[in-house]
Design a protein around this ligand. Sequence first.
Ligand SMILES: [Cu+2]
Length: 256
Amino acid sequence: MTELKTPNAPQWWKKPDVKKTAILWVICTAVIGYIGVEFHVRNIVSPASENMSNIISLIRIFTWAASPVAGLVTAICITVLTSKRHYGDNPPPEADHEIRNSPRATALWLSISGLLCLFALIGGLIVLEQESEGVLDTSAIQVNVTGQQWLWNFDYENGARSEDLYLPVNKPVVFHITSVDVKHSFWVVQMGIKMDANPGYTTETAVTPDKIGVFDVRCAELCGLLHAYMQTKVHVVSQADYDAWLIDHAAIEKGA
Ligand SMILES: [Cu+2]
């Protein structure tokens, strides 16, 4: 491809529009990244597991990685909208389109986009892998989770059953999840785990709660009229409190 140039045209990076766009790019990237991280990530619930901490770090990194792209698009829009317009059939001689016609610019843009996609894919897979490794932990507590319209039931290894989930702190737990009617999704909000509950099939996920407190369990799959009310609590307690609760609850179940 031959590139037509007017003899005295400045090199493209010296053009005022390009300089203006470059400055706006830096500003827009900083503003978009800052707003994304400070106002969005800070408003996510505070984490109650390492899993959720990893997810929040990942969202923060992805937000900053995506900011230059959003920043460049915004900067170009501002430059275009605030530039002088040309009316008529023949563009002025200085208006060559080097960037549009440049294979180098196209290759650069495609490689950067490709690398960003690869980065997001690998980062996401690493966090996903950390989560799925927990399922194989043989020292973990096993809890069966059963969804039904519109509540959750939790069955523990000693035969206890509850509608609120009880877990000891800093102890890995594996959930075996199913449903007795339609599809639900078991979501422990502050622990960053979410897994489908399918009728006739058992899915698994794992987590290690690292904070004592009461957190939210919700259904994340539209499952009928009262889906929005299909929520309960997870009580994360000390190991001693958990053991005592488990014994008490098993006794109640047997006595009933
Ligand atoms: Cu639901």
